[in-house]
Design a protein around this ligand. Structure first.
Ligand SMILES: [Zn+2]
Length: 480
């Protein structure tokens, strides 16, 4: 992550200053100069939420508190205000700011700082003359926020950054094998084990789904096992996080339209990258939980040996699958991971995947779709975690009738439904390979944005990292 948050006792006024105030009148405490206050009030009364006032060599940015009542929207307000402020600072080539508030809660101030640093992300590896952001440091003056709060937030931000970096990487660099190398690197940095299974090992484990999808690719697949098991862990059986790692999806022989639907298909490993990022944050913050990440990784390409529509394959579980559309590949590799997860006797499995266009049609970039067999309590905790970090979730049904849609004439299952309810039939397919409480999260909508979206930026958003982290914290706290 570029930059840092430093805790200070008092405001020095030797840096630019940002203050969150309760209302227009309260700004008088900060803006002692009468003319400055009048200028501020005029703009604030006209509806501005953030006003910049020149104060000698330094600017004072006054941010008005929100009148919103919903806790989720309040935190999101501060993140987006933080994102807006950050843009001003980079435009003015400002490197540091002091941040304080006489009225905002610790969570609100931290959300503001979070929004600033999420907005400060950039991906410039392939620019020969990159213009780096100027902004580097927040000096946070607060009596209620601890050093440990800041450290935890920084690790979480680092995790979102690394996820965004990997999703933004094109396949010319990020093959399945390189993705594994990155996992090993971040595992070492954060303190979790990474075991990389190569093609030979994948073959010996009979992961027929992963091998079939990889068959048309010149580069081999990998199957990655990330294990975080600290000495003191509160859960005996692990929570397993499964992430789709299709490092590039051409659709295979069921080739996507080349016009523009393939342009961003390097992002089809965003679920795997989110799992890696979340495990990085969990391990860096030394949370006392036993967590396993499983990430099958491959390209999906239409070479001479590529799997053809109509082929029948045998999966890791022994189930036979008729492949009808080779572009419905994510569920096929995820199914092998879900079946592999059974041997852990996990207490809960969550999978994250950019899986279906239907999920995008349903909620757009504003949220993800979830389906699964976990308890109502777990589902509501997932939704609540999503609301807290504003990576919101909406549940779709997994009714038994959908199972009929994936029945094949010649094999146990087919990898495609009958054209309707595509996000559900995909999940119904995955359900077949589970025997434990499980939730599937389809992040196809929010994982990658084509336009600027405040602190989420443009391109990879890191969707899933903050959601998983918050959920794991809430889930483990509820067990106590
Ligand atoms: Zn596909």
């Amino acid at each position: 992550m570029k930059g840092s948050i430093k805790l200070t006792e008092t405001i020095s006024r030797k840096e630019h200053l940002a203050v969150i105030v309760a209302d227009i009148a309260s700004a008088q405490v900060v803006l002692k100069d009468k003319l400055a206050f009048e200028r501020f009030s005029k703009l604030a009364n006209a509806g501005e939420k953030m006003v910049s006032i020149q104060n000698g060599a330094y600017n004072t940015f006054i941010i008005l508190a929100t009148e919103k009542k919903d806790a989720s929207q309040v935190l999101e307000y501060y993140r987006t205000q933080g994102g807006d402020l950050l843009k001003c600072l980079n435009k003015e080539k400002i490197e540091a700011i002091e941040l304080t508030s006489p009225c905002a809660t610790s969570a609100e101030v931290l959300a503001f700082a979070e929004g600033m640093f999420l907005a400060n992300y950039s991906f410039s590896k392939y620019k020969t003359a990159a213009k780096e952001n100027s902004f580097k440091t927040i000096y946070l003056a607060s009596k209620s926020i601890s050093k440990s709060d800041i450290k935890q937030l920084q690790h979480l931000l680092e995790a979102v950054y690394l996820t965004r970096d990997l999703v933004n990487e094109p396949v010319v660099f990020l093959t399945a094998e390189q993705f594994s190398t990155e996992m090993e690197k971040y595992g070492k940095a954060a303190g979790f084990e990474v075991e990389v299974l190569d093609k030979q090992k994948i073959r010996s484990l009979k992961m027929g789904g992963l091998l079939a999808i990889n068959a048309g690719s010149p580069n081999p697949p990998t199957f990655n096992i990330l294990t975080y098991k600290p000495k003191k862990h509160e859960n005996k059986q692990p929570i397993i996080l499964v992430g789709k790692g299709v490092v590039y999806d051409t659709g295979g022989l069921s080739l996507k339209e080349t016009a523009n639907s393939m342009d961003i298909m390097k992002c089809d490993m965003a679920g795997g990258a989110a799992v890696l990022g979340a495990m990085y944050a969990i391990a860096k913050n030394e949370l006392p939980f036993y967590i396993v990440g499983l990430i099958p990784a491959t390209e999906n390409r239409p070479d001479g040996n590529a799997i053809t529509p109509g082929d029948v394959i045998t999966m890791h579980s022994g189930t036979t699958v008729e492949i009808l559309n080779t572009d419905a590949e994510g569920r096929v590799i995820l199914a092998d991971a879900l079946s592999f997860a059974k041997q852990y006797k996990p207490e809960l499995v969550l999978d994250f995947a950019t899986l279906t266009g239907v999920a995008i049609m349903a909620v757009g970039k504003y949220g993800s779709v979830m389906l699964g067999t976990a308890s109502e309590e777990t589902k509501s905790m997932l939704k609540s975690a999503g609301n807290q970090v504003y990576e919101r979730l909406v549940e779709l049904p997994l009714w038994e009738e959908y199972a009929k849609e994936i029945e094949s004439d010649i094999a146990d299952l087919k990898n495609l439904g009958n054209g309707t309810a595509g996000a559900t039939t995909a999940a119904k397919f995955l359900e077949h390979f589970t025997d434990y409480p499980w939730m599937h999260v389809d992040i196809a909508g929010p994982a990658y944005t084509k336009g600027e979206d405040n602190y989420r930026g443009k391109n990879a958003t890191g969707m899933g990292v903050r959601l998983i982290y918050q959920f794991v914290l809430d889930y483990m706290a509820a067990k106590k």
